[in-house]
Design a protein. Structure first.
Length: 138
């Protein structure tokens, strides 16, 4: 049952990315181009995502156990801004701005057969591997 729920959530998320235009790098780059031909379309998509996320987290906070799965709820304990957070978020933003993909839309793009998404995903996986091998030492 848990795997079916995970699959359905992934399909819903991917469909939302396609319908909203977030899976199209041209839309994303247009949104990030504040000094040029700015496309504000994705601002509404992000606002809607934040609203749904806030509602979801508010409901989840009231639960002692997850809706699906075993055990207790596991909430993040870190709440500070440190060097790792700043460097990681900067790398994420630079990659998003250069490629027009972030991880979710890139995986949707791979599923749709986009060569650019495949290249981005391979580079993303290589970066994750390098971080596990080298980054933790820094």
């Amino acid at each position: 049952m848990l795997l079916v729920a995970i699959f359905l959530c992934g399909v819903l998320f991917g469909t939302g990315l396609i319908v909203s235009g977030m899976a199209d790098p041209a839309n994303v780059i247009g949104f990030l181009d504040l000094g040029g031909a700015w496309n504000p379309q994705l601002a509404l998509v992000m606002a809607g995502a934040v609203a749904v996320g806030l509602a979801g987290f508010a409901l989840a906070r009231r639960r002692a156990r997850p809706l699906l799965g075993d055990g207790a709820m596991h909430w993040p304990t870190a709440n500070g801004i440190d060097r790792r957070l700043v460097i990681g978020s900067s790398l994420f933003g630079i990659g998003w701005g250069l490629a027009g993909f972030c991880p979710g839309p890139a995986l949707v793009g791979v599923g749709l057969g986009s060569g650019d998404a495949v290249v981005f995903t391979v580079a993303m996986l290589a970066g994750m591997y390098l971080y596990r091998k080298v980054g933790k030492r820094l």
